[in-house]
Design a protein around this ligand. Structure first.
Ligand SMILES: Nc1ncnc2c1ncn2[C@@H]1O[C@H](COP(=O)(O)OP(=O)(O)OP(=O)(O)O)[C@@H](O)[C@H]1O
Length: 463
């Protein structure tokens, strides 16, 4: 369940935003001001904080950065408050939410924060390959062993992790998820292990890490393959000793947490390449579940599509409508490179776009062609083929240029567009923040100017 903290009075339009989020399944916390909000974020944390622009948003962002608390902050206000909104974004706020709130925008922001409201009804799994997987998951219900979930992005690893938690004897305890690829190393370290007061210059109060927050429940370490080897060693110690050391010393704290790790990488290959610790791999891999890509479980496509048709009709207050036979055909013919996430997005759009009593094929927009043309013809050099998502002229204009060069321009332009906000730019580009930082580091080394992060002097050295 997404955890949202609202900072400001709930009496006005912010209260309406709170009601929208609750209706979509978010768990709400509230603080009247930024200082009280900071105290709550130190204690129980949140996936997203919505802060009334009349409060000192930049102070909160800076305090969170100083205390290494990872929580995206979204400033909220009326469209007339544009100047204050720009100051908040320049000061490090993730985004601006215009009031009165738009329900879809709130959902999108929760999703961008990695906290999409979760359906509580468990995974849809009708394909025989998933039936086997679900049977194995059921066998594991009473087990305490760590589980390693592998599978391409969007196959449903987090959904499966939540399911494993829900059917386990820890179900009454918390389920806490952390995306290890989304945070830089120091922030990830204090998110995981917490810190004592005075552990670093901004640590003005002690704070529990995710291991402690998940006490008695389950901790999902998502994208574990991206974790730095030093932190891998610390995770190994927690698993072996069942205790965590907060940053800044103090006695070790006993923890009772089941760990589920997930990755889209081939971790065994990462071990061979020397990027992932073998001992940690064996500890996590006690039980491994591979979630097949959607193209390998085609019997799931229509049940999933129907599930999302109902869900998004309800979420948007629209009547439930069936998929027409042609729409079904179109869905079955598509290879779904983005897996269930891509299908979910396509159906959400279709539910909004469809007209009439059923959802027809015209409402289903697919990112790539459903199948290659019967007789593929080589495009003429002067008129290269474009994907349906890209206007032909724009792609044609890039012919003759190096991929590396185009990539660099896209990254730098996106960063400029986001006023230097790395997290936002990485999200838009669809790459991890770590990859973005590495690229920016390369550009700097090559002497190319990089837009500074908000609140930092131009062309600083640290990325
Ligand atoms: N079996 C399923 N039943 C219902 N919904 C599903 C199922 N699998 C995935 N989804 C939905 O698809 C989306 C992507 O799923 P999820 O986040 O679990 O994938 P993931 O493999 O963890 O992705 P990533 O590797 O990118 O983190 C979510 O919105 C989720 O609700």
């Amino acid at each position: 369940m997404a955890r949202l903290l609202i900072i400001g009075s709930l009496e006005g339009e912010l209260g309406a935003a709170a009601r929208v989020a609750i209706a979509r399944g978010a768990k709400l916390g509230h603080a009247e001001g930024v200082a009280a909000g900071l105290t709550r974020l130190r204690g129980e944390g949140a996936d997203l904080a919505l802060v009334d622009l009349r409060h000192d948003v930049v102070w909160l962002v800076q305090a969170l950065a100083a205390e290494r608390i990872a929580c995206p902050v979204v400033a909220c206000g009326r469209a007339e408050d544009a100047d204050a909104a720009v100051r908040a974004i320049e000061g490090g706020a993730r985004d601006f939410l215009p009031l009165p709130p738009d329900a879809d925008l709130i959902i999108a922001m929760l999703e961008a924060a990695g906290a999409a409201p979760q359906a509580s009804d468990g995974p849809v799994a009708r394909d025989p390959s998933m039936a086997t997987l679900m049977a194995r998951a059921a066998q594991l219900a009473r087990a305490e062993a760590s589980v390693l979930l592998t599978g391409e992005s969007g196959t449903g690893k987090e959904v499966m992790a939540r399911h494993l938690h829900a059917i386990s004897k820890r179900a009454r305890g918390p389920f806490v998820a952390l995306n290890c690829a989304a945070l830089p190393e120091t922030l990830l370290e204090s998110e995981l292990f917490g810190h004592e007061k005075g552990a670093f210059s901004g640590a003005v109060a002690a704070r529990k890490g995710k291991f402690e927050q998940a006490e008695g429940g389950t901790l999902l370490l998502d994208e574990i393959g991206e974790m730095d080897p030093r932190l891998q060693a610390k995770i190994l110690r927690v698993i072996q000793e069942r205790e965590v050391d907060r940053l800044g010393g103090g006695a070790p704290i006993k923890v009772d947490v089941r760990i589920i790790a997930a990755t889209h990488r081939d971790l065994a290959a990462e071990v061979v390449a020397g990027r992932f610790r073998e001992d940690l791999y064996f500890r996590l891999n006690v039980v491994a579940l591979r979630i097949p890509p959607l193209r390998e479980r085609t019997a799931d496509i229509l049940p999933l599509a129907e599930h999302f048709c109902i869900r998004y009709a309800q979420v948007n207050g629209l009547p439930e409508r069936p998929l027409s036979p042609l729409a079904r055909h179109r869905l079955l013919a598509h290879p779904w490179p983005g897996n269930v996430r891509e299908l979910e997005n396509a159906i959400h759009r279709a539910v909004l776009l469809a007209e009439g009593h059923e959802i027809g094929p015209e409402a289903i927009e697919l990112s790539r062609p459903a199948a290659p043309p019967a007789a593929p013809a080589l495009p003429a050099p002067s008129a290269p083929a474009a994907s349906p998502a890209e206007p032909a002229g724009q792609v044609a204009a890039l012919v003759g240029r190096k991929v590396e060069e185009v990539e660099r321009e896209l990254i730098l332009e996106t960063l400029t567009h986001c006023l230097g906000n790395r997290t936002r730019a990485a999200e838009i580009l669809g790459i991890s923040i770590r990859t973005l930082r590495n690229k920016l580091g390369e550009y700097r080394t090559a002497g190319i100017a990089v837009p500074p992060a908000p609140g930092q002097p131009p062309f600083q050295i640290a990325v």
